[in-house]
Design a protein around this ligand. Structure first.
Ligand SMILES: Nc1ncnc2c1ncn2[C@@H]1O[C@H](COP(=O)(O)OP(=O)(O)O)[C@@H](O)[C@H]1O
Ligand SMILES: Cc1ncsc1CCOP(=O)(O)O
Ligand SMILES: [Mg+2]
Length: 269
């Protein structure tokens, strides 16, 4: 039974999930504030000494390779093992996976561990799917549409959900697909909002029955809040505080009324 974004937001707010976010130095503060504003409970716990134990008590885990290092990788491996042992969902954010051999190798290893959800920009998803990517560092330079085929392939490979974000987001589990419109062009000009969205995907995955519904809900929450914040902003600087306020102000009714989601009929396997 499909759970709508409105239903999932109500569940999330009624019982705020604990989300373990292994993320990069750039994103840690904004991602925690985004998850708090949306209504969930973030914890940026990444060291190998405690990452596995913490993953067993969290509702979901998110893994982001933005500021990669051997210490981060050791914590990621431990946390993923803990999440899998506890049957918890985990989300991969393959930041700039096209940029270096180190990032390519680590993201390929993490994909082989079958993340529940992968969330990236089109250039990152193209690279994960083995296709040419025009990504510039952490910034996407490819249109979302260019990555749709690769996203479907990756979803089949991992048995999970893949979200390609950009001007109009695309989500697939390999057969179902949906596109989410909204947000603001000021969003990619605010560093780490993609990373923050990955953490929010984790929050929704912690409370949802189906990770596809969770991903659609997280992206719809961002799209509606981003649209609202855009209306009062004059640039990325005035957008940022409005966006946090809007994440908190969005209600289940608003998601039902303002989210622009176009579902695609399942593609026969
Ligand atoms: N041109 C745009 N217009 C509206 N929303 C956008 C635009 N570009 C990105 N977004 C939104 O910004 C958020 C971050 O996505 P994105 O920039 O693709 O990730 P990343 O920061 O990882 O590259 C998503 O919610 C996405 O929908
Ligand atoms: C600038 C930067 N450098 C390493 S991680 C990072 C943040 C990337 O954030 P996002 O992928 O959400 O744009
Ligand atoms: Mg990113």
């Amino acid at each position: 039974m499909t759970q709508t974004p409105a239903t999932l937001l109500a569940v999330l707010r009624a019982s705020p999930p604990l989300v373990q976010c292994i993320t990069n130095y750039v994103a840690m503060n904004i991602a925690a504030n985004v998850v708090l504003a949306a209504g969930a409970s973030p914890a940026m716990v990444s060291d190998v000494e405690e990452a596995e134990e913490f993953a067993r008590i969290a509702g979901a885990l998110t893994v982001n390779i933005g500021t990669l290092s051997p210490a981060f990788v050791a914590g990621m491996r431990a946390a993923i093992a803990g999440a899998q042992a506890a049957g918890r969902p985990w989300v991969l954010d393959p930041v700039a996976c096209q940029a270096t051999g180190y990032r390519r190798d680590v993201s390929a290893e993490l994909v082989r561990l079958r993340p529940t959800i992968i969330r990236g920009n089109a250039s990152e998803v193209l690279a994960l799917a083995g296709e040419a990517s025009r990504g510039q560092g952490v910034d996407g330079r490819d249109p979302v549409a260019a990555a749709e085929k690769g996203a479907r392939w990756l979803a089949h490979e991992t048995g999970g959900v893949v979200a390609v974000t950009g001007e109009v987001d695309f989500v697939t589990d390999g057969s179902r697909a949906a596109r989410i419109s909204g947000g603001s062009p000021w969003m990619p000009m605010n560093t780490a909002l993609g990373c923050s969205l990955t953490c929010l995907c984790g929050a929704y995955a912690a409370v949802a029955e189906d990770p596809f519904d969770a991903t659609v809900a997280a992206l719809a929450h961002f799209a509606v809040a981003g649209q609202r914040a855009h209306e009062g902003a004059t640039g990325p600087g005035s957008f940022a505080p409005r966006f946090l306020d809007a994440l908190q102000a969005v209600t289940p009714e608003a998601l039902a009324g303002e989210a622009v989601i176009r579902a695609e009929e399942p593609v026969p396997a």
